[in-house]
Design a binder for this molecule. Structure first.
Ligand code: IPM
Ligand code: MG
Length: 358
């Protein structure tokens, strides 16, 4: 007997709707091959929600997410809304969803497909056999959510944001990182700025304490500036990287780039239990919107993460990843991962190809 899964779908802005469409096509195929049912509810968030309701994250959207088993999100934002004050911008929808749904653990795998080695900007001798790392980013704390403000000093403006972490926040993200490392290559690199920041010193102490519960996992520490350098000097040294909200934002883009294209990178945001929000790491790319040029593979791979982490369907998740590999092996590429001799295809065609290879 198949199970019933409820999915809240937030297509969002820019290329969001078109990449989500392809990902849902893949999911429909999985429904057929697996016998499970996926019930979809489309919701507004981001710029389109501002246009329709005056706010980036309508309360009904949060409520509907809460009533679902998982959320699939395309992307939010665009020039059109760039002039709005900080707290009314489309990006607030992301922060609101993360905060209100308690999604404190952001998993961003960076995996270089063998077929995309030419798209990687690093030299072959640096790439070696494989780049396969996982950034575990704390997502509901730190400077993104700390006290902030503006004031006037001698009639000149000043502004501040606060990096703040509690023991409990560090502990739970560290546990997730060690747990994931245990299922991978048993190595955790904790990234901080403990030579300068007090919050990083606490971070490091807590990570060391948590590591004692995972004796089979190796732990090392890097300062964030060094970590950024090591990522391009010798990415093979990394298995799981655990870090704060802000450092994770930066390092996950860097990790993404060394896998060839940010258009290939899925992500999962998890809280307690099986509930999670899944989205491509890339943004809304308004310049590509509506042109059938966007790469939907990151969103398709996000659906694979949803199947694995929220629905416990790892065979189906693996089937999607394999289908993506076969499409790449067959030489099909969207513009962002195109290289000489390959076949350039659009958003819709590459989505259909993945579906047909499942
Ligand atoms: C990300 C994005 C977001 C972040 C922005 C759009 C709020 O860069 O998901 O990495 O900084 O978290
Ligand atoms: Mg980012």
């Amino acid at each position: 007997m198949g199970e019933d899964f409820k999915i809240a779908v937030i297509p969002g802005d820019g290329i969001g709707p078109e990449v989500v469409r392809e990902a849902l096509g893949v999911l429909e195929k999985i429904a057929v091959t697996s016998g499970h049912r996926f019930t979809i509810k489309e919701l507004l968030a981001g710029g389109c929600a501002i246009d329709a309701t005056g706010r980036p994250l309508p309360p009904e959207t949060v409520q509907a997410c809460r009533e679902s088993d998982a959320v699939l999100l395309g992307a939010v934002g665009g020039e059109k809304w760039d002039g709005l004050p900080g707290d009314q911008r489309p990006e607030m929808a992301l922060l609101g969803l993360r905060g209100q749904l308690g999604l404190y653990a952001n998993l961003r795998p960076a995996f270089l497909y063998q077929q995309l080695k030419e798209a990687c900007p690093l030299k072959p001798e640096i790439i070696g056999d494989q780049i396969d790392l996982m950034v575990v980013r704390e997502l509901t704390g730190g400077i993104y959510f700390g006290p902030r403000g503006r004031s006037k000093q001698d009639s000149r403006e000043q502004a501040f944001d606060t990096e703040i972490y509690s023991e409990g926040e560090v502990e739970r993200i560290a546990r997730i990182a060690f747990d994931i490392a245990r299922q991978r290559n048993s190595k955790v690199t904790s990234v901080d700025k403990a030579n300068i920041l007090e919050s990083s010193r606490l971070w490091r102490e807590v990570v060391i304490r948590v590591s004692q519960d995972f004796p089979e996992v190796k732990l090392n520490h890097l300062y964030v500036d060094n970590a950024a350098m090591q990522m391009v000097r010798d990415p093979k040294q990394f298995d799981v990287i655990v870090t704060s909200n802000l450092f994770g934002d930066i390092l996950s883009d860097e990790a993404g780039m060394i896998t060839g294209s940010i258009g290939m990178l899925p992500s999962a945001s998890l809280g307690e239990g099986n509930f999670g929000l899944y989205e491509p790491v890339h943004g809304s790319a308004p310049d590509l919107a509506g042109k059938d040029q966007a790469n939907p593979l990151a969103t398709i791979l996000s659906v694979a993460m949803m199947l694995r982490y929220s629905f416990n369907l790892s065979a189906e998740a693996a089937a999607i990843k394999q289908a993506v590999e076969r499409v790449l092996a067959a030489g099909y590429r969207t513009g962002d991962i195109m290289s000489p001799g390959k076949t350039l295809v659009g958003t819709e065609q590459i989505g259909k190809l993945v579906t047909s290879f499942i």
